[in-house]
Write a protein that binds this ligand. Structure first.
Ligand code: UT7
Length: 308
C-alpha cells in the first residue's frame, strides 16, 4: 500500500439538457444505430459550465462526507475546458465551499481525474489529512457540432471525491505515462474546436491502457483476477470491451455510464465511481482499478483498495 486513505464523500453532477442520438440524426449525417453500435452511447448532457458543475459536485461530496470545508487541506480540480485562463476552477470551488486551503487545477485532459487522484494521495503522504478531488469538463463547449466524428462522442459532467488519510484501504499502486509524439491526434487550440483522429486515438487508447494496467498490476503483485471493480474512462464501450478482453477482466466488472453521459473527459471516472457507489457496486475491501486516457496522449491507472 503506497498511501492509506478512506473515501469519505462522493457525488456527481450532470447538466439537465439532454442531447439524444435522435437529436443528432436531425443535424448530422449519422444514425442512432451507428452511434450505439460503434460507441455504446445513446445520449449525452450538454450546457454545462465546468466550474459550476465542479462546485455542485464538490458541495454534495462534502455534504456526504459530513465535514467542514475548513478541515480540507487541499482542493484539486481536473479540467481542460474551464472558461478562464486564470484563476483556476479550483479557486471557485474553494470560494463556494468557504475553504481556507490551497486549490489548483490539473490538466491531463481525459486522464485528468486519475492524475489528480494520484496527486491527492501524494499530498496525503506528505502529511495532509483531507483532500477534495474533483473532475469537471464541459466538452460541449469545445466540440464542433457539425463534425460527426466528434459530436457524437462527448458530453458534460463532473464528479468529486473527498479523501481522508488513514484506514485500511488506499492507493495500492499506480502507473502514468504520455506518448507526446502522438499529441497531434487529439487536441484543441485555444478559442477553437476539438480535433481528433478517432481511429488512431482508439488504437493508442487500447494499447496504452492495457500496457499501463499490466504495469500497475505487476507493481502491485496482482493479476487481473484480483480486480473486483474496473472503472474505465468512459469514451467508447468498444474500447472498454477490447481492454477487458485483452486483460482477462470480465466486462461485467466494469462500470459503464457511457450510454447516458458520453465522454465527459475528466468528469468521466468520478461520475462512474459515484454511479457505482450509489448502486452498491463498490464495497469496503474491494480492489478497484481506475484507468484513464486522453489527449497528450496521456494515460493513467490506479489500483485502490476501497475503504469508505
Ligand atoms: O478520451 C479520448 C477521446 N476519444 C476517443 O476515445 C475516441 C476513440 N475513437 C472512437 O471512439 C472511434 O474511432 C469513433 C467512434 C470516433 C469512430 O468509430 P470507428 O469505428 O473508428 O469508425 P471509422 O472512423 O473507422 O469510420 C468507419 C466508417 C467510415 O465510413 P467508410 O469510410 O467506411 O464509408 C466513416 O466515414 O464510419 C463512418 N462514420 C460514421 N458514420 C455514421 C464515422 N463517423 C460516423 C458517424 N455516423 N458519426
Amino acid at each position: 500500500m503506497i498511501q492509506p486513505a478512506r473515501a469519505i464523500g462522493w457525488a456527481s453532477h450532470l447538466p439537465d439538457e439532454v442531447v439524444t442520438n435522435d437529436d443528432l440524426e436531425r443535424t448530422l449525417d449519422t444514425t442512432d444505430a451507428w452511434i450505439r453500435e460503434r460507441t455504446g452511447i445513446s445520449e449525452r448532457r450538454v450546457g454545462g459550465h465546468p466550474p459550476s458543475m465542479a462546485v455542485t459536485a464538490a458541495c454534495e461530496a462534502m455534504a456526504v462526507a459530513g465535514c467542514e470545508a475548513s478541515t480540507l487541506d487541499l482542493i484539486l480540480v481536473a479540467t481542460s475546458t474551464t472558461d478562464q485562463h486564470l484563476p483556476a476552477a479550483a479557486s471557485r470551488v474553494h470560494d463556494a465551499l468557504g475553504a481556507n486551503c490551497g486549490a489548483f487545477d490539473i490538466n491531463a485532459a481525459c486522464s485528468g481525474f486519475v492524475y489528480a487522484l494520484v496527486t491527492a494521495y501524494g499530498f496525503l503522504a506528505t502529511g495532509m489529512k483531507r483532500v477534495l478531488v474533483v473532475g469537471s469538463d464541459a466538452m460541449s463547449r469545445i466540440v464542433d457540432w457539425q463534425d460527426r466524428g466528434t459530436a457524437i462522442l462527448f458530453g458534460d459532467g463532473a464528479g468529486a471525491l473527498v479523501l481522508e488519510a488513514g484506514g485500511d484501504g488506499g492507493l495500492v499502486t499506480y502507473d502514468m505515462g504520455t506518448d507526446s509524439a502522438s499529441r497531434h491526434i487529439l487536441y484543441c487550440d485555444v478559442g477553437s474546436k476539438l480535433q481528433m483522429e478517432g481511429r488512431e486515438v482508439f488504437k493508442v487508447a487500447v494499447r496504452s491502457v492495457v500496457d499501463s494496467i499490466q504495469r500497475a498490476l505487476k507493481a502491485a503483485e496482482m493479476d487481473a483476477g484480483d480486480i473486483d471493480v474496473f472503472v474505465p474512462h468512459q469514451a467508447n464501450y468498444r474500447i472498454v470491451e477490447a481492454v477487458c478482453s485483452r486483460l482477462g477482466i470480465p466486462c461485467e466488472k466494469s462500470v459503464n455510464t457511457l450510454a447516458h453521459t458520453g465522454n465527459t473527459s475528466a468528469g468521466s471516472i468520478p461520475v462512474a465511481i459515484a454511479h457505482a457507489l450509489e448502486r452498491g457496486r463498490i464495497h469496503d475491501g474491494d480492489t478497484v482499478l481506475l484507468a484513464g486516457f486522453g489527449a497528450g496522449m496521456s494515460w493513467g491507472s490506479a489500483i485502490v483498495r476501497w475503504s469508505a
